[in-house]
Design a protein around this ligand. Structure first.
Ligand code: THU
Length: 160
């Protein structure tokens, strides 16, 4: 028997202004996408912006449904759009901004487990890391240099 230790390193920025210009612009796009969130049930709006290698930016927001499980998170809305519209183009970075419309959200909001699994699929597919940046409405921004860093012990095609 032995224990294994799994470590992830994240970079935390105290304020969006500390990030490089291209990331600030991507986060601005995520904030624009967030305005299209359809979230009458949770009142929690999320926006995601993806930068592709061909410089295209693909946006997504959470889309809820009266049948709750039929809704979809912002990150998957965006990445499925990227995968369906630009299947051969590498996904470089994703910026995520999220917050409640009922109370102020100042802590960084990471992608949920299902979104991590979905993003992991594309990282494996393209065999190159996808940088992830996430934040609340204001405050700190967290960077992960890859999705794998956020989802250790990933289930992927190698086991099928
Ligand atoms: N949501 C996202 O869009 N992304 C996540 O990673 C977590 C949750 C959405 C789903 C739902 O519309 C609302 O936030 C509350 O869970």
């Amino acid at each position: 028997m032995k224990d294994i230790k799994i470590e992830s390193t994240l970079t935390v920025y105290d304020h969006i202004d500390e990030l490089p210009t291209d990331i600030i612009e991507l986060m601005d796009q995520a904030a624009i996408a967030r305005k299209n969130s359809y979230s009458p049930y949770s009142k929690f709006s999320v926006g995601a912006a993806i930068l592709l290698e061909n410089k295209q930016i693909v946006l997504g927001s959470n889309q809820e449904n009266a049948s709750y499980p039929s809704g979809l998170c912002a990150e998957r809305t965006a990445i499925f759009y990227a995968g369906s519209q630009y299947p051969e183009v590498k996904i470089l970075k994703m910026a995520i901004i999220a917050g409640s419309r009922i109370h102020q959200t100042i802590t960084p909001i990471p992608p949920c487990g299902s979104c991590r699994q979905a993003i992991a699929e594309y990282e494996v597919k393209q065999d190159a890391p996808i940088e992830i940046y996430f934040m609340g409405e204001t405050g700190k921004v967290v960077k992960s240099h890859s999705l794998a860093n956020l989802l250790p012990l990933v289930f992927d095609k190698s086991v099928l």
